[in-house]
Design a protein around this ligand. Structure first.
Ligand SMILES: [Zn+2]
Length: 489
């Protein structure tokens, strides 16, 4: 009986999958061509290598950032894109200046500690204050003693400390900084979670604007030692920093393939091209953005033209607060093209995906059908499916406007690579060429399938539906902290 049942369910799932690919039998051929083209001629790895060697980091608003925008534009042009444009936007940009942090039992016994500024720290700071241990830096760490950090410097762990209460959920460094400010801290020292003294940077501002207090990151080992010392006595710190902050122009780069019968409907696929300046942003987000550039190359070289219009977008300003994707969405809301947007696929640090992810559970059938063809071409692709919603990358502004978003899932980056996130070790030698090729070929198949499908079940949410969706995914609090929760209650 049980055996009969399993055969029956297997038959059903094969029927569902085949019924979709039956709907578009030509997908089998097209996906096989994509597969072959990428395996033989992918330029993702080599173009990232060249950009890394000739440009270096790609910090938004810097000379390097401008070169990176031009590099992407010229690359897409060399692939044959004529429907190609810059999308300029103006942002408050931040870049680091000097930093000196010393710590000790009193003003006379201060020792230098290796540190790096977190973005959007003030332009000029020179303060000497007591340091207090605020544990994980979550609301509950302050509620137990609200006055503890007032007019002092908070020492906070970036993640969740070992031994913390079961189920403790961390918050983004910008959210932890916002909480420290709320309780009156005059500075924050964030202890990195990565070992070997690795220093991380990144924004400490939930709004993308300057914050009123200095925020710095110290290495894990140094930070844990400070916690120990604070267990035995008081510590004081002198933080002296200078930074640049001012309005700058940056540009997203947008290349378009007009659709056939459903050309008024649009699928956006993108990744942020910008990076931090401590290294060359090989993993964040060289692998994602240059995979998207190679998806664009693949579509052009195979002359693919699905039913719907496809836009390949290189976003800038992601690290400074999703500034490029916010500018893109703001423009789309203004000219109402947001209503044409059927899906947004985002590739941020995606490597070697084993399946597809989405915010729209109702896309499962379509994604699984697309994935089953990919799996038939290479069983290394497991056709995993994940639905859910998160924040802090370029899909966020689209999701907040009711657009279904998606991308890859199930891939991964080894620990030593993840430890270099936003750090001075995020360099090209970390890049996995085969992983990039897999990102390009399996994501190109997803993109083509969504853009060419007879029907996309995932709805473009109304304002009310978007609110309910975000509530269901527990995103109200982090969005409120970020000032992005636009609903009254
Ligand atoms: Zn990133």
């Amino acid at each position: 009986m049980k055996k009969l049942l399993t055969c029956f369910t297997l038959l059903c799932s094969l029927f569902v999958i085949n019924s979709f690919s039956q709907d578009k039998p030509e997908w089998n051929t097209i996906f096989a061509k994509i597969n072959q083209e990428v395996l033989s001629n992918s330029k993702a790895y080599s173009s990232l290598k060249q950009a890394t060697e000739t440009i270096g980091h790609r910090l938004t608003g810097s000379a390097n950032g401008k070169k990176a925008e031009e590099y992407a534009y010229n690359l897409l042009k060399s692939y044959g894109y004529t429907n190609l444009r810059y999308q300029p936007f103006e942002v408050e940009s931040w870049s680091r200046g000097s930093l000196a942090v010393t710590i000790g039992p009193d003003a006379k016994n201060l020792q230098t500690i290796k540190s790096v500024s977190l973005a959007h720290s003030p332009v000029k700071v020179d303060l000497n204050l007591e340091v207090v241990d605020m544990g994980n830096g979550l609301e509950e760490d302050y509620l137990s003693n609200p006055g503890k950090v007032k007019d002092k410097i908070a020492l906070v762990y970036l993640g969740v400390l070992p031994g913390s209460k079961e189920g403790t959920k961390s918050l983004h460094r910008s959210e932890k900084t916002a909480i420290a400010i709320k309780y009156g801290a005059k500075g924050i020292i964030v202890i990195n979670t990565a070992p070997r003294g690795i220093l991380l940077t990144g924004t400490a501002s939930v709004t993308g604007k300057l914050i009123p207090i200095p925020a710095v990151c110290v290495g894990k080992e140094d930070g844990m030692q400070l916690k120990e010392k604070l267990g035995m006595g008081k510590l004081y710190s002198h933080i002296a920093m200078t930074n640049f902050s001012g309005l700058i122009k940056a540009r997203n780069v947008v290349a378009t393939i007009k659709g056939k019968m459903l050309s008024n409907e649009k699928i956006v696929v993108g990744g942020h091209l910008d990076s931090w300046d401590l290294a060359t942003g090989a993993i964040d987000n060289g692998i994602g953005s240059f995979s998207v550039l190679d998806m664009a190359r693949t579509f052009k070289v195979l002359n693919l033209q699905p039913e719907r219009t496809v836009e390949f977008v290189m976003f800038m300003g992601e690290e400074e607060g999703l500034l490029g994707s916010k500018a893109y969405v703001a423009a789309a809301v203004k000219d109402k093209s947001i209503n044409q947007l059927r899906y947004m696929l985002n590739y941020d640090m995606t490597n070697d995906p084993k399946g597809y992810a989405t915010t729209a559970e109702e896309s499962k059938e379509l994604f699984q059908a697309i994935g089953s063809i990919a799996h038939s071409l290479d069983t290394a692709f497991k056709n995993q499916f994940r639905s859910g919603a998160g924040l802090h990358s370029d899909h966020e502004p689209f999701m907040l406007r009711g657009v279904p978003t998606g991308g890859g899932t199930g891939g991964g980056l080894p620990r030593n690579v993840l430890d270099c996130y936003h750090a001075d070790c995020d360099v090209f030698t970390l890049v996995d060429e085969k992983g990039m090729k897999n990102t390009v070929r399996f994501s190109s198949m997803l993109l083509y399938g969504i853009a060419d499908a007879t029907e996309i079940k995932a709805k473009h949410f109304t304002d009310e539906e978007t609110r309910n969706f975000l509530l269901k995914n527990n995103l109200k609090e982090p969005l409120q902290i970020a000032g992005e929760w636009r609903w009254k209650e």
